[in-house]
Design a protein around this ligand. Structure first.
Ligand SMILES: [Zn+2]
Ligand SMILES: [Zn+2]
Length: 124
């Protein structure tokens, strides 16, 4: 447990969506993303409440998948309005929290970046 700094880590929980759920989310009106079947929790490690991942978004809405050990649901939730006090993105705009309104734990810009890449672990 000697990480050398105090940046909170992200929850490691993952959820596999069914083909029907993936298709439904991908086909939301004005959806911005093609939805991957595997979703990772966006919240802080050790958070309260259900795990949550934003699976799809449009200008009007964000669709979040929330899950526990026994159940999962897809819900529309409003975005968290918090802005980072100091950090900016590559365009010089303040970083916006990417979580939902009233989420548990730290804002997304306060969490450590994900260590894994799109390809997952390098196995060779
Ligand atoms: Zn979680
Ligand atoms: Zn937030």
């Amino acid at each position: 447990m000697d990480q050398g700094n105090d940046v909170p880590s992200r929850c490691l929980a993952r959820l596999q969506l069914s083909a029907e759920e993936t298709e439904w989310l991908t086909n939301r009106p004005h959806g911005a993303h093609e939805v991957p079947a595997e979703q990772c929790c966006h919240l802080e490690m050790g958070h309260l409440d259900a795990h949550a991942a934003m699976a799809q978004q449009s200008k009007e809405a964000e669709w979040w998948v929330r899950w526990t050990l026994s159940a999962s649901e897809i819900v529309v939730m409003a975005g968290c309005p918090a802005l980072a006090p100091t950090a900016v993105d590559s365009f010089g705009d303040p970083l916006l929290c990417l979580l939902y309104l009233d989420h548990p734990g730290q804002h997304s810009f306060e969490l450590a970046p994900r260590a894994t890449t799109r390809q997952g672990r390098t196995g060779d």
